[in-house]
Ligand binder design. Structure first.
Ligand SMILES: [Zn+2]
Length: 234
């Protein structure tokens, strides 16, 4: 009898583990490796000082028709109306959201997390008639509550599998490039910043798209196209 009981406990433990794996499985960190594509993603976290917008970087992406995905926070949207309009108007750009005030989600209960996540989703829908599905948690932080809330809202939680480290002022462009080059492969999602916090971001993106990614046979694409593994039209 005791042996049977222990067996049940083991089965229960295994089921709990399976559930945890499923919950974590809803967090996207990369796409399928079937297409030779890579997603360059740019967070637009709120900034206290400065323009909060890396115009040189965005202009480079537009001029060179480089697909990219932007995750906008509510506070950033509120201060950057013309920039929001511009980014939404570029056919090869995709826009997702990045929380209302850039909160540490795991420190909040379900209702608070829901408010933080939903803020910019509603703002983009109501003021810009733009529906978004992709959500990147501020600081990349989430817990099981976040996963449940995101799912209930019909959104998709997107992290990354390559952290560029671009807001770190101690990292040189060379260092960031080396980091990305070492890890980049088909289906990778790279996190960068377009809010001016990355001192070398434009230079990094230029070197990546003009040299490193073509050498590796990888084409930039949006997160949605990466996930659906669509061929890239450029
Ligand atoms: Zn952020």
């Amino acid at each position: 009898m005791r042996r049977v009981h222990l067996g049940l406990v083991t089965v229960m433990a295994a089921l709990t583990l399976a559930a945890a794996t499923n919950a974590l499985g809803q967090v996207i960190t990369s796409g399928p490796p079937a297409c030779p594509t890579i997603a360059l993603t740019f967070d637009l976290c709120p900034v206290r000082k400065g323009a909060g917008y890396d115009k040189a970087l965005i202009d480079y992406l537009i001029d060179h028709h480089i697909p990219a995905t932007f995750f906008m926070s509510g506070r950033w949207i509120a201060k950057h109306d013309p920039e929001v309009e511009q980014l939404l108007g570029i056919a090869f750009f995709e826009v997702g959201t990045h929380g209302e005030v850039h909160a540490h989600l795991p420190m909040h209960n379900a209702e608070e997390q829901r408010g933080e996540i939903l803020g910019p989703v509603k703002l983009l829908s109501e003021h810009y008639a733009h529906d978004t599905v992709l959500f990147r948690p501020p600081f990349g932080e989430y817990n099981e509550v976040t996963v449940d809330v995101v799912k209930a809202l019909g959104l998709r939680l997107v992290r990354w599998n390559i952290e560029s480290g671009d807001p770190d002022p101690s990292l040189s462009a060379e260092h960031i490039l080396l980091r990305i080059e070492k890890r980049a492969k088909a289906g990778s999602i790279v996190v960068l910043h377009a809010n001016g916090k990355g001192k070398h971001t434009r230079q990094v993106v230029e070197r990546l798209t003009a040299d490193i990614l073509p050498r590796k046979g990888l084409k930039p694409t949006t997160v949605s196209d990466l996930l659906s593994c669509k061929p890239v039209n450029r």
